[in-house]
Ligand binder design. Structure first.
Ligand code: GAP
Length: 459
């Protein structure tokens, strides 16, 4: 399948089957913002639950947090976002499409440094201008580049619109909430270094050229874990974190051939190392997660700007130090798109085509669909409802009596439901139902009394 075809098919299925809708679509949408429909909300929740289990529940050394979206504006000065969280923007003078200059340079295989000043990136852009064409219209006529800050401002608390008051930003990343709570967690929970704090939450960025569906959006969710450690352990723990994160994606169900490492060659001044795990999205390999060794930058900055002591005292030696931090940071939306890409399968059987979302069972939005063979036979409908009511306590189930059985199977395949149960006339006589397997399409008859045990074992 061609790359564009796959992306188009995924976007179309996501809309048609209730996974992802463009935001406020009845008003013409809202650029680079998406809503998650009924099945999307389930899939997204399952992804977050999986991450939380791996990152918090299964780790003795990591605790969870849920910090607020709004923070004191000084946080964003300390973090460097007010001064330096910007992308270089240019506009095509012919078609007025806007692009990030570093993305245009990337197309011709020239790497720009994230920290380049406006002047530096404009110089690099001009040096290569002959080779750069507008991806929208193909012309080669761009405006002078400008750095564009990604933080989104709000007027929270500033009811008089006083321009001299620093704005309350919508957080640009969730980890700042972790850094500013380091001391609170340390003082209130029995943790000792090395330990991590993990959280899932919304982040907001004024992305200029948000593109590729839910890959890059202006409102998105991050799953971030910050691990606090002694300076001497930083690189050893960093290697362990890299390994753990690679294994996590395999366990999530992504195939190894679709994953690769990308090493950042040009690091910000405080960073010790930075790697991305890239996934092979329909548009090519792109960043899924960032894993960074950040030194003591974050806590030093917050100590300096807040005036609070953020040192840690080693309980054995009594030595004080500012903990170093290694982080793992991934978007829920990007994971969602990777899971959709990995799971989308077209199959031909006996000349008939079907589309299946072969989600790993733990991620599937609906685990079991229950059908009465015919909707106009009350005794079948009643029995199917009884089974549905019995299973729904333990599994996310769906009752469906629309259309014919063939269409119901097709719909469940497209939303990735691992099992479908059909109640037919035999059920009324011998207490058995048909259980159909999504992947093999095998159907077997099972006793109603044994259904729960079967699903506990197989889901
Ligand atoms: N705290 C580090 C941090 O935020 P980042 O590389 O800017 O680093 C980390 O973002 C991850 O968050 C990315 O790898 C990606 O998965 C996700 N992400 C970042 N910007 C995004 C956007 N505009 N839309 C969707 N996901 C985004």
């Amino acid at each position: 399948m061609k790359k564009d075809d796959l992306m188009e098919k995924i976007v179309s299925l996501a809309k048609r089957r209730g996974f992802v809708y463009p935001s406020s679509e009845i008003y013409g949408g809202f650029a680079s913002i998406y809503d998650y429909g009924p099945y999307g909300a389930e899939l997204s929740k399952n992804i977050k639950d999986f991450w939380w289990k791996e990152m918090v529940q299964l780790r003795e050394d990591i605790v969870g947090l849920d910090s607020a979206i709004f923070m004191n504006p000084r946080v964003w000065e300390a973090s460097g976002h007010v001064a330096g969280f910007s992308d270089p923007l240019t506009e095509c003078k012919n078609c007025h499409a806007r692009f990030r200059m570093d993305h245009l340079l990337e197309i011709i295989k020239v790497q720009a440094d994230e920290k380049m000043s406006e002047e530096e990136i404009n110089k690099l852009f001009k040096e290569n201008i002959e080779k750069i064409a507008c991806p929208a219209c193909g012309k080669n006529n761009f405006t002078e580049g400008r750095k564009f800050n990604l933080l989104i401002k709000s007027n929270l608390g500033n009811i008089t619109d006083n321009p001299s008051e620093p704005p309350a930003y919508l957080r640009g990343e969730t980890c700042q909430g972790i850094y500013v709570n380091f001391k609170n967690v340390l003082d209130s929970v029995r943790v000792k270094i090395p330990f991590g704090i993990a959280q899932i939450g919304k982040a907001f960025r004024n992305e200029i050229t948000a593109r590729q569906f839910i890959f890059r959006t202006r409102e998105f969710e991050q799953m971030e874990m910050q691990y606090f450690l002694a300076p001497k352990d930083e690189m050893k723990e960093y290697e362990k974190l890299k390994e753990a994160r690679w294994k996590y994606y395999l366990k999530l169900g992504l195939s190894e051939k679709n994953l690769k490492w990308h090493k950042h060659e040009k690091l910000v001044f405080y960073a010790k190392a930075a790697y991305d795990i890239e996934y092979k999205f329909p548009f090519g390999f792109s960043e899924l997660e960032g894993i960074h060794a950040r030194g003591d930058y974050d806590l030093s900055q917050h100590a300096k700007f807040s005036g609070k002591d953020l040192t840690y005292t080693d309980p054995k030696t009594g030595k004080k130090f500012i903990p170093h931090i290694i982080e793992s940071s991934v978007g829920v939306g990007r994971t969602f798109l990777a899971v959709l890409t990995e799971s989308y399968i077209e199959e031909k059987n006996d000349g008939r085509e079907r589309v299946i979302m072969k989600f790993p069972k733990n991620l599937a939005p609906i685990k079991i669909a229950v059908f009465p063979l015919l909707r106009n036979k009350p005794e079948l409908v009643k029995k199917a409802h009884e089974i549905f009511d019995n299973l729904k306590e333990d599994f996310m189930c769906e009752f469906d009596d629309n259309d014919n059985i063939g269409k119901r199977y097709r719909r469940q395949d497209e939303i990735g439901t691992p099992y479908c149960i059909t109640v037919d006339f035999n059920t009324l006589e011998d207490g058995t139902v048909t259980v159909r397997d999504r992947d093999t399409m095998d159907q077997k008859r099972l006793d109603i009394a044994k259904l729960k045990r079967f699903f506990v074992y197989n889901l």
